[in-house]
Design a binder for this molecule. Structure first.
Ligand SMILES: Nc1nc2c(ncn2[C@@H]2O[C@H](COP(=O)(O)OP(=O)(O)OP(=O)(O)O)[C@@H](O)[C@H]2O)c(=O)[nH]1
Ligand SMILES: [Mg+2]
Length: 682
């Protein structure tokens, strides 16, 4: 077996991914303890893990951003990217994936977490990332592993391939047989498993399971298929080569067993990575990196630390990045790397040049953004991957608690978005508010905490304002007259406006039918401006739409008339006219598409109906086994926190997108309340 010679594949970069709370951070801790990078294995409960080192992660006892830690194992360096499991923080994982050699998908035998597993596997499948499944929490497993595989298989597009067979003492899994090595082990808590003889019943089960593993491999290897048919025992090297090749080509997903808290199965997993996961050369090839004398690096993550300034965590895909390297980004601008750092959770330690395969942090690359490809060459490189954040689903209005912090808030938000582009900041001029759009409740909460703790800006948050409008239902002809005699020069403007409602969605139309020059031509644009001024704030307190105004009559004064006077007259005319036109409130209605696992569809329908939604129907979600898409029309005011209910009805995986559809009249008690609230606010 090819036990040696793996260092030719160089430093590895491995993502730890998987459903929420499946044990990724704990597994990283076990890996770091097992490889001697830390003396004692910490726990997430005690807040002592390397992976969840940030203040926000500790506070919430969950991962809220990715975290990188490097360690050495059997002569090679491995950088592990501990990714958050929550759907709300998935962008960190998605944008880091292009640079990794392989992913370890940490999962559980839990049917409730299968849709989330499917979501994550889908990302890996689409990005063509070789992946292992690490079936964690085996210490408390109560289902058979075969049941687990049939439970998990629907989440994966490629075949799950059981690499290890559990062995039991009573109902408790006490060890495993490695089906490739054909060797039996018993777990030792926080120590290497012990090899035991493979015999009796375990041997029989091993033969069956091994045969089924080989059959799966043989689906893609004719020679192996022949050997199986002819009852020839394939050489062990061939089995390992097939495992490595089929993993790399995305044909199979090997499944390993273990317990992160007990450090069981961790060494086996590391060995599987060592022997079977591709190295940086294969990853560079997958991404289409052309080797040459210039170094190429991919930015996995951007951090603005409280003290050290900006750090860009990169994977070097080819060449060498020395301290002080000039790195050119896609825009063609070059920055000088001020320091090359080894990263270990929250710690970064200065080190020398980084070689191909290594994952390090680079200091002060002012222009570098997450997901970009940098080069030591002069010419910018094409993007190796393009990972756009999912559209955000929840909005929050933000303001600095103290006015003096306004500028600081703006700067802090820029940095926050640079760290996490799945957060979108919108400056809404009409509403005069800053809106933070995020991936969910926790995502926005963590953003606020970062603003306060790391950037020192205390925030007051409020629900974002709904884009209400108003219109009229009846026409009127209204005079607007402005006359002022103050001191010398007076002001005079006089207009007659024919105000009429227009069909929904028409906006505002202005026209004139002036004859005989009763309003001189040059003043007419000012009349229109005055009308527009008046429409900004209708009788109910909102901008007025779907109105036609025709200037039909008026009068002027040779000395006292002016643009300003006619503008004022126009505003007076519309402002006095509108309240007599039976004004009515309009609310924005959006077309909403909710995606959810099919077993939650009925619940989603109920949620939509409960929020004044009009169901348009549902279909199976194209390309998604076991998922539906529900379409509806919903008022904007009801969409506000829709995601919170959708997530809780779908074990965290449901989501939605929306786009504006139309404005609809809103009357009755609800409208009265909105108008009253608006008046009170003014
Ligand atoms: N029984 C048992 N519990 C485990 C095991 N691994 C992790 N846990 C527990 O599972 C919970 C979640 O562990 P984490 O390591 O934070 O899981 P995670 O996947 O990093 O969570 P997120 O990053 O927030 O998605 C903790 O309570 C762990 O103690 C295991 O092997 N066995
Ligand atoms: Mg975690």
């Amino acid at each position: 077996m090819a036990q040696s010679g793996n260092s030719q594949r160089g430093p590895r970069c491995i993502a730890l991914v998987g459903p929420f709370q499946s044990g990724k951070t704990t597994l990283l801790e076990a890996i770091l303890a097992r490889t001697g990078a830390i003396q004692r294995q910490g726990t997430v409960e005690a807040g002592t893990t390397v992976g969840d080192g940030s203040k926000e992660a500790r506070n919430h006892v969950m991962s809220v951003e990715l975290s990188v830690s490097s360690t050495d194992f059997m002569g090679d360096t491995y950088s592990f990217i501990d990714c958050p499991g929550s759907v709300e923080f998935m962008h960190d994982m998605r944008v880091a994936l292009p640079a990794v050699d392989a992913a370890v998908v940490v999962c559980e035998m839990d049917d409730k977490k299968v849709p989330q597993l499917q979501l994550i596997l889908r990302e890996l499948e689409e990005q063509k990332i070789p992946r292992f499944l690490f079936l964690n929490k085996i210490d408390k497993a109560d289902a058979g592993v075969h049941d687990a595989l049939s439970l998990l298989q629907p989440a994966s597009r490629n075949k799950l391939l059981l690499r290890q067979l559990p062995t039991f003492s009573g109902d408790i899994i006490t060890g495993f047989v490695d089906l490739a090595l054909e060797r039996a082990f018993v777990y030792k808590e926080h120590a290497a498993s012990e090899v035991v003889p493979l015999q009796g019943d375990a041997l029989d089960r091993e033969k069956t399971a091994r045969f089924s593993m080989l059959e799966t491999l043989a689906d893609h290897d004719d020679e192996l298929m022949e050997q199986l048919l002819e009852d020839i025992e394939p050489p062990r090297d061939k089995v390992f080569d097939d495992l490595a090749k089929e993993l790399r080509d995305g044909l199979v997903c090997p499944v390993l067993l273990g317990s992160a808290t007990r450090t069981n199965g961790v060494l086996r997993m590391l060995k599987a990575l060592r022997h079977e996961s591709p190295g940086v050369a294969a990853t560079a090839k997958r991404l289409g990196v052309k080797g040459g004398s210039d170094a190429v690096a991919y930015v996995i993550k951007t951090l603005h630390t409280a003290h050290g300034g900006k750090l860009s965590i990169v994977r070097v895909l080819s060449g060498t990045v020395p301290e002080g390297a000039q790195l050119t980004g896609p825009s063609g601008t070059a920055d000088r790397a001020s320091g090359v750092f080894k990263v270990f959770g929250q710690q970064s330690e200065k080190r020398g040049a980084a070689q191909a395969g290594e994952t390090v942090a680079l200091g002060k690359l002012d222009h570098a953004k997450t997901g970009e490809t940098l080069t030591t060459g002069k010419q910018p490189l094409q993007a190796l991957a393009e990972v756009n954040a999912y559209p955000p689903v929840l909005a929050l209005g933000l303001a600095a608690r103290e006015r003096k912090d306004d500028v600081k808030l703006g700067q802090a938000l820029n940095k926050l978005v640079e760290e996490d582009p799945s957060l979108v900041i919108v400056h809404n001029a009409e509403m005069q508010e800053i809106i933070a759009w995020g991936q969910g409740e926790m995502h926005l909460r963590v953003a606020n905490e970062r603003l306060a703790d790391r950037f020192g800006v205390a925030i007051v948050a409020h629900p974002p304002k709904v884009g209400y409008r108003e219109t009229i239902r009846k026409p009127i002809v209204q005079r607007g007259r402005h006359k002022k005699q103050s001191g010398g020069h007076g002001q005079f403007g006089d207009v007659v406006l024919d105000i009429k409602p227009l069909p929904r969605g028409s906006g505002f139309k202005f026209d004139e039918k002036i004859t005989g020059g009763v309003v001189p031509r040059n003043y007419i644009p000012s009349v229109e401006e005055g009308v527009i001024d008046g429409l900004k704030h209708g009788p109910l307190g909102f901008p007025v739409v779907d109105v036609s105004v025709v200037l039909i009559d008026g009068s002027y004064h040779t000395v006292d008339s002016s643009d300003q006077a006619f503008r004022t007259a126009g505003r007076i005319g519309i402002t006095e006219g509108l309240p007599q036109c039976s004004p009515v409130l309009l609310e924005p209605i959006h077309h909403v598409e909710v995606v959810c696992p099919s077993d939650a569809t009925a619940k989603i329908n109920a949620i939509i109906s409960g929020r004044r939604g009009q169901l348009l129907g549902f279909d199976t979600r194209e390309g998604w086994n076991g998922w539906d898409v529900v379409r509806a029309l919903m008022p904007e005011s009801e969409i506000g926190d829709l995601i919170v209910e959708v997530r809780s009805a779908t074990a965290g995986v449901g989501s939605y997108t929306f786009r504006f559809d139309h404005m609809a009249e809103l009357t009755g008690k609800q409208a009265d309340q909105i108008v009253a609230a608006r008046r009170a606010a003014e």
